[in-house]
Every structure is written in C-alpha cells, then in structure tokens.
Design a protein around this ligand. Structure first.
Ligand SMILES: Cc1cc2nc3c(=O)[nH]c(=O)nc-3n(C[C@H](O)[C@H](O)[C@H](O)COP(=O)(O)OP(=O)(O)OC[C@H]3O[C@@H](n4cnc5c(N)ncnc54)[C@H](O)[C@@H]3O)c2cc1C
Length: 255
C-alpha cells in the first residue's frame, strides 16, 4: 500500500481585463485609478463594489479608501456578496474520500468535479494517512494491515466478476467497479477540481480551518488560505495560518 500526500494546483486565479474596464469607464464618462499596491482579485472586487454607487474617481483627494481599506469596509459592513466576484480553480490531488465527502457539503459558491471510482480502476489506489496517524503508533500496523486486505479483496472481486451485470462493455466495467469500490476505505486517495469564490472560501475556512481534531481538514485549509491570501491578501486579511500547540498548522479567524 502506498501513502499519498496532498498537493494543490491552482489552475485559474482572478484576473482583471484592464482594456474592457477602460471601455466601461469611457462609455460612462468615468475615470478611476487602481491602487498600485492592489492585486487583480482585489481590484475586481473593488470595481464591482464601486459599480453599486458608481463611485469611480481618479481624484486621489476624493478616494476615501485605498483598496485594502475598501475591502475591509465591505467585510465589516457585511456587504460580502461583492467578494463573490473573485474566484479560483484548484485541483486537489492526494486527499482522502472522507475529506472530499465533508468538502462537498459546501454547496454555495463551490463547483466540483471529482475522480470517479466507477470509471477509474482503483486496484493500485494510494491511501491518505488518517488524521496524521504516526507510523510509529501501534494502531498504524493494524490500519495498514486492514487496508492491504481491502486492496487484495478489491483486486480479487474485480477478477472474479465475469458473469452477470449489463452487457455493454463500458457499463459492465462501471458495474464491476461499483461492486468492488464498495470495499474501499475512506482513506482512499482521490483528486478533485474545485472552483470557489472568495466569499465561499471565507465561509469554508471559518467553519473548517480550526477543527483541532481534523488534521487533514486543517492541512488543506492552510494550503488553500496560503494560496488565496498570497493572490488577494485583502480578501482574507482577517484569517491567518498559525502553528498550533500540537505542532500542526491551523487556520484562525481574527474577529
Ligand atoms: C464541526 C462540524 C461538524 C459537522 N458535523 C456534521 C454531521 O455530523 N453531520 C452532517 O450531516 N453534517 C455535518 N457538518 C456539515 C455541516 O452541517 C454543513 O453541511 C457544512 O459545514 C456546510 O456548511 P453550510 O451549509 O454553511 O455551507 P453551504 O452549503 O456552502 O451554505 C452556505 C450558507 O448558505 C446558506 N444556505 C445554504 N443552503 C441553504 C438552505 N437550503 N436554506 C437556507 N440557507 C442556506 C446558509 O447560510 C449557509 O451557511 C459538520 C460541519 C462542521 C463544521
């Protein structure tokens, strides 16, 4: 049995099309200068918010807030729908099926596409160490033994099922793997593509990032926060990754 570790790939991040923005400003006889310290995701949010009151100006004296303060003010006022205009697409690889089962409960502002255990052969499935179970712990050997047994049974079931089920080859494979996958443990590694907007990510991080006993959730939450906070720090300025007393990272939300 092979152990897999999580990796995160960011395949899409917020972007501002400055040419289109300029067209909009000219058409509406407006002008606006971006805060040079701000990033595209933060600018898209600010611009979207300014549309609400057409509060565009390039007169620095009239600009009440630089980008970061503008966004902090949106958050403080609970005007968080504006944060939905910044979104990312990630591929999470090497996370457990139990993690993704919890993740996909987040319905609003998230889109998912996950590796199918019906179409993908799992005979060589890799496993995620459950909640950081240390290899030196006595429970590790029992866990490893059980998982090895499951993989042997999976391969044996796939090999045994030759009769019955649908005739169509593709559907037949689906049927066979559906029977065999019923044995696979929650620790089975999976891959999932996620698109999420900043507001949804903030909600996810506030609910899931600081669950002390859920190491995998904490690890992925910290990876996600580090990624999005480096792209658009103002959208996540009230969150931080800190080292917990148990020696693992945890995401905390500062009030
Ligand atoms: C510590 C913890 C323990 C948990 N334990 C369990 C458990 O034992 N069993 C279990 O089944 N789940 C459990 N969950 C999952 C939890 O109940 C939620 O399903 C999950 O956290 C997603 O949260 P959400 O619904 O707020 O997110 P989303 O689905 O993304 O919704 C975001 C927000 O939109 C609003 N919203 C969404 N849908 C509706 C709706 N239909 N009606 C009204 N408002 C809506 C709500 O304000 C909601 O907070 C647990 C979660 C946590 C953090």
């Amino acid at each position: 049995m092979k152990i897999k570790h999580p990796k995160i790939y960011v395949i899409s991040r917020p972007n501002l099309d400055e040419i289109e923005l300029e067209k909009f400003l000219i058409d509406n006889k407006l002008s606006w200068k971006k805060d040079e310290l701000s990033r595209p995701g933060e600018q898209v949010v600010e611009i979207s918010g300014r549309v609400c009151y057409m509060s565009f100006t390039d007169d620095i004296a009239k600009i009440r807030f630089p980008n970061r303060k503008y966004i902090e003010n949106l958050i403080a006022r609970g005007h968080e729908s504006v944060l939905e205009h910044a979104s990312w697409t990630f591929i999470l690889d090497g996370v457990s099926r139990s993690f993704t089962h919890q993740l996909v409960r987040h319905r609003v502002g998230f889109s998912y596409s996950q590796l199918s255990q019906q179409y993908h052969d799992e005979s060589e499935a890799e496993m995620i160490l459950p909640n950081g179970l240390d290899k030196s712990h006595p429970a590790y050997a029992a866990w490893e033994h059980a998982v090895d047994g499951v993989l042997v049974a999976y391969r044996s079931l796939v090999g045994m099922i030759v009769d019955g089920g649908p005739d169509d080859t593709r559907e037949r494979l689906r049927w066979i793997r559906s029977v065999a996958r019923s044995l696979l443990p929650n620790a089975t590694s999976t891959t999932i593509a996620i698109t999420a907007n900043a507001r949804a990510l903030r909600h996810f991080l506030s609910l899931r990032g600081s669950l002390e006993g859920d190491y995998e959730m904490r690890e992925i939450s910290a990876l996600l926060l580090k990624t999005v906070a480096s792209d658009a720090p103002a959208l996540f300025s009230d969150f931080e990754v800190v080292m917990h007393e148990d020696g693992r990272e945890i995401v905390v939300k500062n009030m």
